[in-house]
Design a protein around this ligand. Sequence first.
Ligand SMILES: [Zn+2]
Length: 198
Amino acid sequence: MYGLTDERWLKNYNQIRTSEKKVVLTFDDGPSRQLPNILDILNQKNVPALFFWHSNFLFKERPWKRVLEEGHRIGSHAANHKSLAALTKDQQYKQIKYSIDKINEITETKVRYFRPPFGQYTEDTMSILHELDLVPVMWEITSFDWENKNTPENIITNVVEHVQDGSIILLHELKQTVTALPQIIDGIREKGFEFTLL
Ligand SMILES: [Zn+2]
């Protein structure tokens, strides 16, 4: 169903290569308290998503099992949200390796995707990702959900008005994002797009 498992399927790491009307939803900075609400909406609307988690927030009791069982994927967003661009190669390696080892260990699934905190990375980051067989995933559409705590309608507009074929969409596990999510999904579908995964 979702056959995109290879780096070749990504264009500049911020779009999937497709000539079809397909987009990818991604949620950063979890697992958070909003996760069950996000999963409920995705489940109701039958939409798959890719979650980029801080491994420092991932404890065994978090509902990671539900995420995988409901057809979503979990990627790494490093350990503690430090900008990798400010770190030495050795420090970057530790952040990345520690984060994927922890996710792999708890979920017993091999992490394939990595999104650097703040989208900031260096050549060293890329060589480490290559070495660890991880695919960097950036984004094309910024929802600015973190800046719209009291204006979820802006989040909807920021996403729905800008999606195009192959867009990877950046959202976060925030309360206002939960409020906006049903209309984001409906708005994207009304424009004729389908949701897919990497
Ligand atoms: Zn983040």
